[in-house]
Design a protein around this ligand. Structure first.
Ligand code: MN
Length: 746
């Protein structure tokens, strides 16, 4: 390195700091390559200045420094130095040059960073904001792009003060609505909190100043509260010989501000203003510490959360509880292990900071393969498979994100076609669709759009409606349901003709031909057995493909045997037997048969969480497929009173395989349990041990309310079917201090 590069101005000190960190690190870095990236970026940005008047290179240095603190690899640090060069110095460099000098990976990262432009967020609704965030994740291809982008944004926010007012506002809005939630999703708590606090200070400077002033005032008033609490908690933990670290004052200005705003409370009404954090060695010690805290202080009901047994999707693990301390002052206690703490602070990036080396044997797709090189399989602290699964689900979601011409982002399941897109916008757009454009070019309507494309649907009021072939093309159950709905309504006379012809053809196949009268009788009886009020409904359903023919034919054959050949010995039982065997072989993905169809995509309603064995019913939701409720769910009973919904109800039943699921069948359903019990220090431990004994997974647990002696605990568990559920109930009932158990939360 040349001498003149060293600290001739203050900003240049950053590079020295970075090199010192790299030299001290146990991980291997290609320091020569990093220095080259720095010098190249410095040369390219020569003569460019930031609004503050500093040389531009001070910004990439600062970003690279944050990237280094996160523990990211050599290529990430190089990309941080180079991240603005392609866009800001187009006449001096491009991706090809960067690729030749620093390799394809660095070029790929720089490319990803250059492309990450956030579209205007100012007038967007929350659902659309979520799609923008997901789209950024999907577009970035490599998670390091997001990490570096967050570091870039963090430095821009730290130095936003010098920018013009309007620029400050848009940048702060983007930060609040897009980048801070992204950091949150990746579990990067530190960056998330700093981004939120900085964004708030620009979006509502007065509110920010007020709350931070109030915080200082309140800490001043109860100066010793946190210190005292820490002292007595420490003493008690020492008695139990627990090796711990205690932190106080963990609430940020933004978190207090948000509580005041969301719950419409004044500053003095904020409940858990004070907080302490206990960091211990083992998971068991977490629960022991929780027991100690609950023994020392009165706990506030409904505030206990166990994120250890049920981690958040961003991998966050911790126990949370709120208790009443000295002078009736409530405070929150967070308890976790050191490992959990690292992940809470750095999220997914923690894998770079704390793991290195050896390659993994996991079978993962190419998109993720580079991660496997960076995770040490011998260090079993976090299950690799779980980590990969979490990444795939939450980060590389199987969705495609496309723009409407107005700039709204629409999320579609992967491989959806332009027809699916049209129906996702509105049924009428789909029904009147005559063509489509992708990025301004006319495109066949069965094409599969790619993330980032702008899609315009061409409609015409003279369109004759969807074609029956579309049912074979579309990928989403929503589009399919809407197309069927259209045929059901608009083409009823035609459907009835098609349906009748279809059944006559089938009846014609029997050896003994039924008479016209018998035909009518057979069709009427078949319709009744399929739950149709009039035979025309059945014919209509056959006509618009709304019912599976296999189901119709089984019943039709029964009725034929009954009406045309009544004398033969017990033919119905025999047919039924064959039919059951047939049904058993077919397995629907969801375990649910809708209106006789196996392929439907369904969601299980959260209000009643139906289990295999429960009597169920389907409801066509607006935009979220068919939701399955228990037949006696209060929401169903209420909603059925509304005649507008009449044609949205569908008959639903469990498929036989799901019902007969044995031990090896892994399909689990969420089931809710409510336990009324007498307060007891061992109660929660006994419940969790009992569930663990039965190998039942606990999905959530919280205490709802209580009086002095009694407590109500709401549990969500993974459950196979009604029978399994009942056995769980009876085992839990046997635990001492438990009074009653019921299904569902009241
Ligand atoms: Mn930048």
């Amino acid at each position: 390195m040349n001498n003149e590069d060293k600290t001739e101005r203050g900003e240049y000190a950053g590079i020295e700091k970075i090199l010192t960190v790299l030299e001290k690190s146990e991980k291997h870095y290609d320091v020569e390559k990093i220095e080259r990236a720095y010098l190249y970026a410095k040369a390219l940005h020569e003569g460019q200045f930031r609004v503050s008047g500093e040389p531009y290179i001070s910004h990439p240095i600062a970003v690279a420094e944050i990237v280094t603190t996160l523990g990211l690899d050599t290529d990430s640090i190089c990309a941080a130095f180079l991240h603005d060069t392609v866009e800001d110095c187009p006449d001096k460099t491009n991706l090809d040059i960067i690729s030749t000098r620093f390799g394809e990976e660095v070029a790929m990262l720089v490319d990803g960073l250059t492309k990450m432009k956030v579209i205007n967020v100012e007038d967007k609704e929350e659902a659309n904001m979520e799609n923008i965030r997901k789209m950024l994740l999907a577009m970035s291809k490599d998670i390091r792009v997001i990490f570096i982008k967050l570091c870039d944004r963090l430095h821009n926010m730290r130095t936003l003060g010098v920018k013009k007012d309007a620029k400050r506002r848009t940048t702060a809005l983007e930060t609040m609505h897009v980048y801070a939630p992204l950091a949150h999703r990746l579990g990067m708590q530190r960056i998330k909190q700093e981004l939120e606090n900085l964004a708030l200070s620009y979006l509502d400077p007065i509110g920010y100043a007020e709350v931070s002033g109030d915080i200082e005032r309140k800490y001043g008033l109860n100066q010793n509260f946190i210190e005292n609490t820490r002292a007595i908690v420490s003493e008690k933990l020492d008695e139990y010989h627990i090796n711990f670290t205690l932190e106080g004052r963990v609430k940020t200005v933004y978190s207090i501000y948000r509580k005041m705003f969301k719950q419409n409370k004044s500053f003095d009404e904020i409940y858990d203003f004070y907080a302490i954090r206990i960091i211990v060695d083992t998971e068991l010690e977490c629960y022991t510490a929780l027991g100690i805290i609950h023994e020392m202080f009165k706990s506030i009901p409904g505030r206990f959360k166990d994120y250890i047994s049920t981690p958040k999707t961003n991998m966050y693990q911790s126990l949370h509880t709120t208790v009443i301390g000295r002078d009736g002052i409530p405070f929150e206690v967070q308890i976790r292990t050191r490992e959990m703490h690292h992940i809470a602070e750095y999220g997914i990036a923690a894998h770079w900071k704390y793991k290195s080396g050896a390659s993994s044997k996991e079978e993962i797709d190419q998109k993720l393969s580079w991660i496997s090189r960076l995770i040490d399989t011998e260090d079993g602290a976090i299950d690799n498979e779980d980590f990969m699964r979490a990444l795939k689900i939450d980060i590389f979601s199987d969705e495609t994100f496309v723009f409407t011409p107005k700039g709204d982002v629409i999320a579609l399941p992967q491989n959806s076609t332009l027809i699916d897109f049209a129906y996702a916008i509105h049924s009428e757009v789909g029904n009147k669709m005559v063509g489509a454009k992708i990025n301004g070019m006319i495109s066949p309507i069965d094409r599969v759009p790619q993330t980032g494309e702008i899609i315009e649907i061409l409609t015409s009021s003279s369109s004759k409606g969807p074609s029956r072939d579309w049912l074979k093309i579309v990928k989403t159950s929503e589009a399919r349901a809407k197309i069927r709905q259209w045929f059901k309504k608009e083409k009823r006379p035609e459907n009835i003709k098609i349906g009748l012809a279809e059944l006559e053809k089938e009846l014609g196949k029997f050896r003994v031909k039924p008479t016209e009268e018998q035909k009518t009788e057979i069709i009427n009886a078949t319709a009744r057995r399929l739950g149709m009020a009039i035979p025309e409904d059945l014919l209509n359903a056959i006509g618009f493909n709304g019912i599976a023919m296999t189901k119709v034919l089984a019943k039709l054959k029964d009725e034929y045997e009954r009406i045309v050949k009544p004398d033969e010995e017990n033919p119905i039982t025999e047919t039924e037997q064959i039919q059951t065997q047939k049904t058993k072989k077919i397995r629907s993905n969801s375990g649910i048969i809708i209106d006789g169809e196996y392929g439907c995509e369904v969601k299980f309603a959260k209000c009643c969480n139906p289990l295999p064995g429960d009597r169920v019913i389907g409801f066509v939701t607006k935009g979220y497929g068919v939701s399955i409720h228990k037949h006696d769910c209060p929401n169903v009973i209420e909603s059925r009173k509304n005649p507008d919904n009449a044609d949205r109800w569908l008959s639903a039943e469990w498929d036989s395989e799901t019902l007969s699921a044995s031990g090896q069948n892994k399909a689990l359903f969420e089931a809710m349990l409510q336990i009324h019990a007498e307060k007891d220090i061992m109660l929660l431990a006994n419940i969790t041990t009992c569930l663990a004994d039965m190998k039942v997974s606990l999905l959530s647990i919280n205490t709802q309310k209580s009086d002095d002696t009694d407590i109500i605990i709401n549990l969500t568990v993974g459950c196979k079917n009604v029978e399994h559920f009942n056995s769980i109930m009876s085992r839990l009932k046997a635990i001492s201090h438990v009074h009653t158990i019921s299904r569902g939360f009241s």
